[in-house]
Design a binder for this molecule. Structure first.
Ligand SMILES: C[S@@+](CC[C@H](N)C(=O)[O-])C[C@H]1O[C@@H](n2cnc3c(N)ncnc32)[C@H](O)[C@@H]1O
Length: 250
């Protein structure tokens, strides 16, 4: 069963090209046929998600936005902590994936979790500033990722936490303390992922480090299913908005 589901997803990933339309139409065209097998396949591709979610500090009663949260699978990691949290919102632009998230919320009876069909570069929650924001393998799929991060910065309360996990490549000459990838890695992965409109960047980490106080950064590489032992670089970033920063005007 898993093989059939994998083959269907691999076919989508490797043999079909999504072109034209709006960003939302491209996302829907890409994910529409994967929504059911999505979680099982991505569990073996998207490394570090559980670790990032577990390490994320959210105060009692605190609010969370999971930006580009897709099927809401990351919220499973928080299940034990959910009763002690305030509102948790899964924000995503893809109707098919959010439909799966809504079913999950109903099945689990998560009373304080909701979904929002919205673009994270402009999304404004009803309750004002939030305590924590996560991006789990979504920044690389957001063309204006810098606007998504600006918006997240704007929506976080001072002292609030940001957690990001995603594919990336290093700069040719990274800042001291950061890993340096060879030319093949820096070229191959953006090209390979780029076929599916996924863009590993060398600029996400420097942006995060320049705006937030870094609490934790792990740079790693994880296996890609069916790609003969090749490993794609990914990072886990946990940061804090400085207490002295006031929310920016949008
Ligand atoms: C690789 S999936 C990751 C989903 C989920 N966070 C996870 O870890 O399984 C990327 C997600 O980003 C969403 N996305 C891409 N661009 C977006 C945007 N501008 N606004 C909201 N969601 C977006 C996609 O619809 C998709 O659900």
């Amino acid at each position: 069963m898993r093989l059939v589901s994998d083959l269907r997803i691999l076919y989508r990933l490797t043999c079909t090209r999504v072109r034209g339309g709006s960003h939302q139409e491209r996302l829907e065209a890409f994910y529409r046929h994967q929504a059911t097998g999505y979680d099982d396949f991505r569990k073996r591709l998207l490394h570090g998600r559980e670790e990032m979610m577990r390490a994320l500090e959210i105060p009692a009663g605190g609010t969370l936005l999971d930006m580009g949260g897709g099927t809401g699978s990351n919220i499973e990691v928080l299940a034990d902590r959910l009763p002690g949290l305030g509102a948790v919102t899964i924000v995503d632009l893809c109707p098919s994936l959010l439909e799966t998230a809504r079913k999950r919320i109903a099945d689990r009876g998560w009373a304080n979790v909701t979904t929002a069909l919205a673009d994270v570069t402009t999304f404004e929650p009803e309750g004002g500033l939030v305590d924590a924001i996560t991006f789990s393998y979504s920044l690389t799929m957001i063309p204006d990722w810098f606007r998504a991060l600006e918006q997240a910065y704007h929506l976080l309360r001072p002292g609030g936490r940001i957690g990001v996990v995603d594919f990336y490549v290093s700069r040719k000459w990274p800042a001291p303390g950061l890993r340096r990838h060879g030319g093949f890695t820096r070229t191959f992965w953006p090209t390979w992922f780029g076929f599916d409109n996924v863009y590993p960047s060398s600029d996400h980490l420097p942006w995060l480090q320049s705006r937030f106080e870094t609490l934790r950064l792990d740079e790693r590489a994880g296996r890609v299913p069916y790609l003969l032992g090749m490993k794609a670089p990914y990072y886990i970033y946990l940061g804090r908005k400085k207490e002295t920063d006031s929310p920016q005007e949008s």
